[in-house]
Design a protein around this ligand. Structure first.
Ligand SMILES: [Zn+2]
Ligand SMILES: [Zn+2]
Length: 215
C-alpha cells in the first residue's frame, strides 16, 4: 500500500493535522494546518514529501491557524482548497473573535471544493462530500484506497460537532452524517478534527446523537 496517513496533534484545541502521503509519487496532501506545525514540517522534511494541496474540512480558525506560516515554509506552491460556503467565515477570521483570539485571515483559497469532486494523489483519488451542519461549507474527504474518511468537526468518537456557532444547524449536521458518512462502507475509519479515530460501524451503533441509540 503506497498511501500513508500521518497525524499530529497541534495547538491549544488539540487539532488533528493530517498528511496523506503517496510513497510512490512522493506527493502529499495536508489537511487543516493548525497552530503548531513543528511536527508536521519535520515529517514533510524527513519523508521528503512534496505537498501538492492543502485542504480544509471547514473554515474555523483552529483549522487554518498555521496556513500563512506553512506557505512560507514549503518549497512547492500547493493549491489551497475550501468549500465556497465557508468563504465568508474564512474572511472574517474563522470565528476567532468569538473566542477573543486575534487571528488574521490567511490568503484566499484558490481551489473551490464541490460535492462529488475527485482529487488526485499519485494514481489514487479522494472524493469530496459536502456535509454542512457544523458550518455551512464543511466537507469530508473519502479515500477509498485506505478505507478512510477525514471528517473534520462533523462527527467525533461518540460525539458530533457543535452547531451553536455561526451558520451551524443540528438538523443539517444529522442529515449530513446520515447521508454522507453512514453510507460509506461500514469498516471505513473516520479521522476527526479533534480526538481519537473511530469507524462508521462504531458510530452507527453507539453515537448517542445520530446513531442507533439516538432518539
Ligand atoms: Zn470547527
Ligand atoms: Zn475544530
Amino acid at each position: 500500500m503506497s498511501l500513508k496517513l500521518h497525524l499530529q496533534i497541534s495547538g491549544p484545541l488539540e487539532n488533528n493535522v493530517i498528511i496523506l502521503q503517496d510513497e510512490t509519487s512522493g506527493e502529499g496532501i495536508l489537511f487543516d494546518p493548525s497552530f503548531d506545525l513543528h511536527d508536521t514540517l519535520e515529517i514533510i522534511d524527513t519523508e521528503k514529501i512534496t505537498i501538492t494541496s492543502i485542504l480544509f474540512t471547514h473554515g474555523h480558525f483552529d483549522h487554518f491557524a498555521g496556513l500563512t506560516y506553512l506557505l512560507t515554509r514549503l518549497d512547492s506552491a500547493p493549491r489551497v482548497g475550501l468549500h465556497p460556503s465557508d468563504l465568508p467565515l474564512w474572511r472574517q477570521g474563522g470565528g476567532a473573535s468569538q473566542f477573543r483570539i486575534p487571528i488574521e485571515p490567511p490568503a484566499e483559497p484558490n481551489l473551490l471544493l464541490e460535492h462529488g469532486q475527485r482529487l488526485r494523489i499519485g494514481i489514487h483519488t479522494l472524493e469530496v462530500r459536502h456535509t454542512p451542519g457544523h458550518s455551512p461549507g464543511s466537507v469530508i474527504f473519502y479515500i477509498p484506497a485506505i478505507q478512510t474518511a477525514i471528517v473534520g468537526d462533523l462527527i467525533f468518537y461518540r460525539g458530533v460537532g457543535r452547531t451553536d456557532l455561526d451558520g451551524g444547524s443540528f438538523e443539517s449536521l444529522r442529515h449530513s452524517i446520515e447521508t454522507q458518512v453512514f453510507t460509506l462502507p461500514a469498516d471505513t475509519i473516520l479521522v476527526p478534527g479533534h480526538g481519537r479515530n473511530t469507524s462508521v460501524t462504531e458510530e452507527m451503533r453507539y453515537n448517542p446523537y445520530v446513531g442507533a441509540s439516538a432518539d
